[in-house]
Design a protein around this ligand. Sequence first.
Ligand SMILES: Cc1cc2nc3c(=O)[nH]c(=O)nc-3n(C[C@H](O)[C@H](O)[C@H](O)COP(=O)(O)OP(=O)(O)OC[C@H]3O[C@@H](n4cnc5c(N)ncnc54)[C@H](O)[C@@H]3O)c2cc1C
Length: 554
Amino acid sequence: MASKGLDRETLEAALGSLTEFAGRYLPDAKLLQLDRDDEFPEEIVRRMCGEELGVQMFFVDEEYGGMGGGSFDLYRICERMGGIDVGVATGVLATFLGSEPIRVGGTPDQRALWLGKIASEGILFAYAATEPQAGSDLAALRTVAERVEEGGELKGYRITGNKQWISNGGVADAYCVLANAPGGATWFVVEKGQEGLAPGKHEDKHGIRASNTSPVAFDNVFVTPDRLVGLVEGQGLVQAQAVFGYTRLMVAAFGLGAGWAALDRAIEYSTTRIQGGTPLSEKQGYTHKLIVPHAARLEASRAYIEMCGTRLDTESDRLNTEGAIAKFLATEAGNWAADAAIQALGGYGYTKEYMVEKIKRDVRITTIYEGTSEIMEMTISRDRWQWHLKTRGAHYHDQAKALEALAAKSPRCGADIAALTMHALAEVLERARVQRLTRHQHILFRLGELIAYAECAQRFAEKAARIVEGGVDPRSPGRFNAEATCALSRVFAREAARKVAIEGIGHVVSAGGAEDAAALEASAGLSAVLRAQAGGVADMDRVADALYGRQTKG
Ligand SMILES: Cc1cc2nc3c(=O)[nH]c(=O)nc-3n(C[C@H](O)[C@H](O)[C@H](O)COP(=O)(O)OP(=O)(O)OC[C@H]3O[C@@H](n4cnc5c(N)ncnc54)[C@H](O)[C@@H]3O)c2cc1C
């Protein structure tokens, strides 16, 4: 099947230019200054989105003057931007988010006009959906778009309402704003400077202080009918949903990039920091807590993101649930890794100069915007619960069988442990069904987390097997060889298995009763999951050796 996207050389050249640009205009000292001064580097972002770097070209299809990067390419670009600075990256992503409703729902003329302007003029967009009372629940929006008619003819709309937390809100050249028209929620394009449009004061934030975030007030802002995205009222929420598989993948990539940026600083620091006579990098109590599990979670998330990117580029599927899994895992992993990096640098980590403190504050937003982690858990759980019901509990057992077949062919890739995880998940879900436990929202959400871990272990094992066979996408970064990737996969699969079996049984028992423990211990394969933990420390040693470029003993 034809795949959308760039060739490896073009992508590598783009990533190289991005790194070079950041080295020139956004060195650490500049990023710290922007953070301290709470300053959005508008000129630099405009250069990034203009002729000098042209990063926006990768987001725009070729027919509208862009370079037509696919989802896989965009994940790599967003990962690199997230590794540089999540705030600056947000300034770029806002244009992409803001134009997404037009890309998916606009008429050919609207796409040509607005996507063309992004490609050729580098204009900045803002995505104005959130309101003071409508965040996770966008259906609660209060902004209205009233029809303006003369003699029965539609002349336009008047938009009135207040938007909140809008990235690029104070600097955008154009806004895609969600408002309730008579036919329902609808996206409209509003241009900067229009009468009645009033961006508010830039927010004083915990992190991503190099991004511009502000409320935007609309007071009877008049737009002509051609500014209604798709020219049909009431499509706004459907269009917002349609972009999630794609846009959440980009935020997932921010989490991945920022997490690795922090972890790499910790890895470097630990090679020179001597405590007790030897470098920290040689101490298992340090590496196996603060470095290795985070590397495993980040690389597991990468495998999941790559699976989504590949599917989005080859299938027409929207992958909303998969986008939610990718975002949930990668942003939580990035956030956790950045927190561990502060710990890994000790007192230095807690100061501003070493950057990890800033990265931790920056990456925090990725678990909140484009849907919070809890909303991701709900999305994942609700969807996969249906799969469980429709297949009468067979779905995850079937996945386990496929993983067992993979393990027979590729015994070191972690598929055997991922298979145990899948069997355990199927049994936990089934017990939850029998006991009707998803009536407890807490259990529903926790199941979402377990599902995400299990599916991610599956995708990581599959990727590790492909690397063993030499069949991985050439655009995937080749930091880890086959042996190290297999060790990373096994480390993650063991964690997923423990989580699903031990925590899963715990959740069921907490909402059900003690008899559920007895029922699940055997059926969920608890003792097999515990036996599969054997070799865990040796695998963490292998991962540490790979991260520090050491020869693995034995
Ligand atoms: C820096 C920044 C930049 C942003 N940029 C943009 C932007 O460019 N455009 C835009 O439109 N928006 C933007 N946002 C808004 C962002 O998408 C929302 O903040 C986010 O979706 C959460 O909405 P909320 O803040 O209203 O929180 P709420 O929805 O009120 O959630 C608060 C808490 O409750 C939980 N929760 C919510 N609903 C449920 C439920 N049903 N069950 C259980 N728990 C629940 C949430 O997980 C969260 O922990 C931005 C926000 C920030 C902080």
